[in-house]
Design a protein around this ligand. Structure first.
Ligand code: ZN
Length: 767
């Protein structure tokens, strides 16, 4: 009898009292619910693993991918700003499926006269417009871009039936293309090149003040769509926003341009000896063994001289590229050209820059060095850069990536002045675009569907690379001591996550349909990964798992689940809650301290316990030896009941003498103060609670409760901190590493928090 009662009381003190209460009366009975626990596994969101993609997040034993090889001849008409080309595509069906048709992407068609892209935007009449915009929007006939498809033939020269639906072209196969078969076909086309500065496009020309043009050319040829086990054909239209999904292949591309042009492209130049002068060849050889200073292949003087002419004759630059998903090139008679070697494993990769004299002085100092620094950081975080080179091209207002080549903004102003914003903006964009070689050019995710898989992962690594760059080139970032990264730090995503919920979309949303694209697909996933690395997983587990993901999926096509599963599989950290909250919802982080009680240990039973005992018919004799905690300032509290040492409490003394071996007794802690902290969580995302405790003697201690502390109560948890010293302050997330959107509830005793408006006012009066 007695033992049952003791048991009941003990259980009661552990907080299980409701278990013994009566069932809920009929009138108060609530509705049932599904499992909405934030720590439940993601069985509903994830598809069932299969032979193509395993539960561990790796490619499965029957993983396959299609291959598209290209032979392309293309010619630039500089006078008429036109490109014409012909290509033979060899399409290898490695899938287990018979294909009735092939889908080819015609991205240039977003600039057709009758493109539907402008029609899907909602836009009212504005009270004022720039004259230039007014003319563009309401007066001129649209630009006649878009592919003019001249011929589509099979390998034997027979015409193929095809249908163009906006930016997609379906080629109807004469007979099914069976698993393992290859189909060769030929397309001939031309199109008018757009001004990329005017229409803010990813490809096109810019016109310099001297009338010359710089061409950065991409999406210039009909490109195969991806066919795979998750999408079938990825033939979602290109509306101008979501980027590209492309299979790997080998490219042979011959580019004919005015003879006075300097050109570089994806792949290895095949006819270097024909193109280069003896002097250029000598400089090129020198560059290959120059590992810290770029060597100019074409100097500023030479570029300035070339800009004065206009060659009527042409020459052809011949390139070959292996295992790339795309091909792009840049060409102009204005280009300077520099290069340096980057040791990579047992070979040397070339870091390369192309820029007009207008980009100096700036590009010759930092472009190629930034390319090299980026390759080092990214290779360290993923795998050795497998391509022979990485090129950064100066192009106005650009920031766009292709395999081995990218376009980047940042030039001195007309007076030659370089602001910090321009310089660091240029370094950041080069890091970002060169970084895209890894994601998505090599780890080839589907950009059309999941913007964050390349932009988010890449923006996260950009942050890491920026920090490395700052350490390598401190003079470039002075007066800053650390690179002032825009995306990555947790606190930089707070304003976005605290925004109007009507204008937020989960990261797991197709880019076209999100609001605030940059914050959603770049900054938030970058911050989420940074927080995962620094606060949730720790660098060692994160870095290892991230590397496993990169290596498993290099030269393959991963999905979001492959990433999520791999990060868990390689680390033994259960992250389902993290993915769900950060990637599948628009929840935000807000954790605070609701209340702190200071308690003392005594041997005197307090009124709360007395009341409960009376309710349940217990007497003091029913109890095992007990100690009691009493809150400072409560009705039960009385200075005289306090002990200066827990040893003075008889029940404890007796227990210790009976149960704790003599040798262990001196090691016992002697807590004197007990703080019960009630943590509250107004924000939806469960995160670790990082509590910094400051003691009265000025010392501090950090306690980190894992996010799982919230698994049974998503709104409030309690913790007791026993201490030999008095606590003077408790601060949650002192380093602002969790993206907590409201710091006003983060400390005890509450600190007066300066609101944004006050801060603005202070700032305004300071200036
Ligand atoms: Zn990007």
């Amino acid at each position: 009898m007695k033992s049952t009662r003791l048991f009941a009381l003990a259980v009661f003190f552990l907080g299980f009292f409701p278990v013994f209460s009566q069932s809920v009366p009929n009138e108060a009975r609530q509705q049932g619910h599904y499992n909405t626990n934030k720590f439940r596994q993601m069985y509903q969101e994830f598809s069932t693993p299969n032979m193509f993609r395993t539960a561990s997040g790796a490619p499965g034993p029957q993983y396959y991918q299609q291959q598209a090889d290209y032979v392309i001849n293309v010619e630039l008409d500089d006078e008429n700003k036109r490109i014409s080309g012909e290509e033979t595509i060899s399409y290898n069906n490695n899938s287990p499926d018979a294909l009735e048709y092939l889908w080819v992407q015609l991205d240039q068609n977003v600039r057709e006269r009758n493109s539907k892209t402008p029609l899907i935007e909602s836009r009212g009449a504005e009270p004022a417009a720039l004259a230039q915009s007014f003319v563009q929007d309401y007066m001129v006939e649209g630009f006649d871009g878009g592919f003019k498809i001249q011929e589509v033939k099979d390998g034997k020269g027979n015409p193929l039936a095809y249908t163009i639906n906006q930016t997609m072209m379906r080629i109807n196969l004469p007979k099914q293309l069976m698993p393992g078969e290859k189909f060769d076909f030929y397309i001939k086309w031309w199109y008018n090149i757009n001004d990329h500065v005017v229409d803010r496009a990813r490809s096109g020309y810019e016109t310099f003040e001297d009338g010359n043009r710089g061409y950065v050319i991409a999406q210039f040829y009909p490109r195969m769509a991806v066919y795979n086990d998750v999408e079938g054909w990825q033939n979602s239209q290109f509306w101008g926003r979501d980027e590209f999904a492309l299979p790997f292949g080998n490219f042979e591309v011959n580019i004919t341009v005015p003879a006075d042009h300097i050109l570089d492209a994806t792949g290895n130049l095949q006819n270097r000896k024909e193109i280069f002068t003896k002097e250029m060849m000598k400089r090129y050889e020198q560059a290959q063994t120059s590992f810290s200073n770029p060597v100019k292949i074409v100097t500023q003087k030479e570029a300035e001289a070339a800009a004065k002419g206009f060659a009527k004759n042409k020459r052809t630059w011949k390139f070959k590229a292996e295992k790339v998903r795309d091909f792009a090139f840049a060409t102009s008679r204005k280009y300077m050209w520099d290069m340096m070697g980057v040791p990579m494993g047992n070979k040397t990769v070339m870091a390369v820059s192309l820029y007009p004299p207008e980009a100096n002085p700036l590009w010759e100092d930092y472009s190629t060095r930034t390319v090299a620094s980026t390759l080092k950081t990214y290779s360290h975080m993923t795998f050795d850069y497998p391509y022979p080179k990485a090129i950064s091209v100066s192009a106005k207002n650009q920031g766009m990536e292709y395999p081995m080549i990218c376009w980047n903004h940042g030039r001195p102003d007309k007076d030659g002045f370089i602001s910090e914003r321009t310089k660091l903006g240029m370094i950041s964009v080069i890091i970002h675009e060169v970084g895209h070689n890894y994601f998505p050019m090599i780890v080839n995710s589907d950009e059309r569907q999941w913007t964050w898989m390349d932009e988010g992962l890449n923006s996260f690594l950009q942050f890491v690379a920026e920090q490395d760059f700052g350490e390598t080139y401190p003079q470039a970032i002075a007066p800053h001591t650390k690179y002032p990264s825009r995306r990555g730090p947790a606190r930089n995503i707070v304003d976005y996550m605290a925004g109007d919920q009507n204008e937020l979309a989960p990261i797991m949303t197709k880019g076209l349909n999100t609001y605030n694209f940059g914050a959603n697909a770049y900054a938030k996933p970058a911050a989420a990964l940074n927080i995962l690395r620094e606060t949730v997983m720790g660098r060692e587990l994160f870095n290892y798992s991230f590397k496993v993901y990169a290596n498993r999926w290099k030269f393959k096509h991963p999905t979001p689940e492959d990433f999520f599963r791999t990060m868990e599989d390689a680390s033994a950290v259960d992250l389902d809650w993290y993915w769900r909250e950060w990637f599948y919802t628009t929840d935000y982080v807000d954790i605070g301290i609701q209340n702190v009680k200071k308690l003392f240990v005594t041997s005197q039973m307090n009124s709360e316990v007395k009341k409960l005992m009376a309710e349940r018919g217990f007497t003091e004799n029913d109890l095992a030896p007990m100690v009691y905690l009493v809150e400072e300032g409560s009705d039960d509290f009385d200075e005289s009941m306090l002990v200066s040492n827990v040893d003075e409490i008889q029940t404890l003394k007796d227990y210790i003498e009976e149960n704790v071996p003599l040798a262990e007794r001196t090691k016992l802690k002697k807590p004197k103060f007990f703080y019960e902290i009630v943590f509250e969580k107004p924000g939806g995302i469960p995160m670790p609670i990082i509590a910094q405790i400051t003691y009265a003697d000025g010392t501090t201690e950090n306690i980190k409760y894992p996010a799982e502390v919230w698994r049974k109560n998503d709104a409030q948890v309690k913790k007791v901190i026993p201490s030999e010293k008095e606590i003077s302050k408790i601060q949650i997330d002192p380093q602002e590493e969790t993206a907590d959107i409201d710091l006003s509830n983060n400390s005890w005793p509450r600190e007066k928090h300066i609101g944004q408006f006050e801060r603005f006012k202070q700032k305004a009066t300071q200036n």
